[in-house]
Design a protein around this ligand. Structure first.
Ligand code: 13P
Length: 258
């Protein structure tokens, strides 16, 4: 991380876990142990039905609530979908876009791009995900794959909006498997992502872009991952469901600025 040039963000992704009642109980526990320091931004991206409970419970805190997906269209006949303006009105600050679990369900790079543009237009902070499969890593095409995903996801974003985008590198082989990328592996790809952003948007914007690592990040391995110069935070699944673990990761982000 490098707090001099960019924000550190510790973000949770609850995926399809917790009910609205459980959300309220979680937030009560979290608030009781939340550190007072302001060394990082904190986000919790929760299932859509939990958003109202999460927003209500965190109103007097610095935890920002986010959604796990959105639809790129403004409104209309899209049964079951949720627009970015609905998320804003519900009190969301963030939205995860292009998570590998959604890409697995058929989400395309073009949709990821359209959703990212829609989120930015609505004033949301998009957390745009990318990541390679184990097969791609073993074939040595990780960098090419990530370059393609980032270029397609960020197409058409204006220079004044790029700094609002958060990028999350989540190697698919490390998600929910307990198999974390080593700090060196994670740093290598996050550094590469910054190089891609530099080529697209210039060095000042690249230096200011927050890049997260996600994939089995937990209270045991977070410190070392966050100590890497190009890893500006985490996108945390399983460990964000337990207040004590999530708070420990937030504490681990309190590191000296290099
Ligand atoms: P885990 O932390 O459970 O591996 O999930 C990572 C993730 O997919 C966050 O978006």
């Amino acid at each position: 991380m490098n707090r001099k040039y960019r924000k550190t963000l510790i973000a949770g992704n609850w995926k399809m876990n917790k009910t609205p009642s459980e959300t309220k109980a979680f937030m009560t526990e979290l608030k009781a142990i939340l550190p007072r320091g302001r060394w990082c931004d904190i986000a919790l991206c929760v299932p859509s039905v939990c958003i109202p409970a999460a927003v209500r419970a965190t109103r007097d805190t610095r935890v920002g609530i986010g959604a796990e997906n959105c639809n790129a269209n403004a409104s209309g006949a899209y049964t079951g979908e949720i627009s970015t303006s609905m998320l804003v009105d519900a009190g969301c600050k963030y939205v995860i876009i292009g998570h590998s679990e959604r890409r697995e369900m058929g989400e395309t790079d073009a949709e990821v791009n359209a959703k990212t543009l829609a989120a930015l237009n609505a004033g949301l902070i998009p957390i745009v995900c990318c990541g390679e499969t184990l097969e791609q890593r073993e074939s040595g095409i990780t960098e090419e794959w990530i370059t393609m995903q980032i270029k397609l996801a960020l197409a058409g974003i204006s220079e004044d909006k790029i700094r609002k985008v958060v990028i999350a590198y989540e190697p698919i082989w490390a998600i929910g498997t307990g198999k974390t990328a080593t700090p060196e592996q994670a740093e290598e790809v996050c550094q590469h992502i910054r190089t891609v952003v530099r080529k697209l948007f210039g060095s000042k914007n690249a230096r200011a872009t927050t890049i997260l690592y996600g994939g089995s990040m937990n209270d045991k391995n977070a410190y070392e991952l966050l100590a890497q110069p190009d890893i500006d935070g985490g996108l945390i699944g399983g460990a964000s469901l337990v207040p004590e673990k999530f708070v420990k990761i937030i504490e681990d982000a309190n590191q000296p600025t290099t």
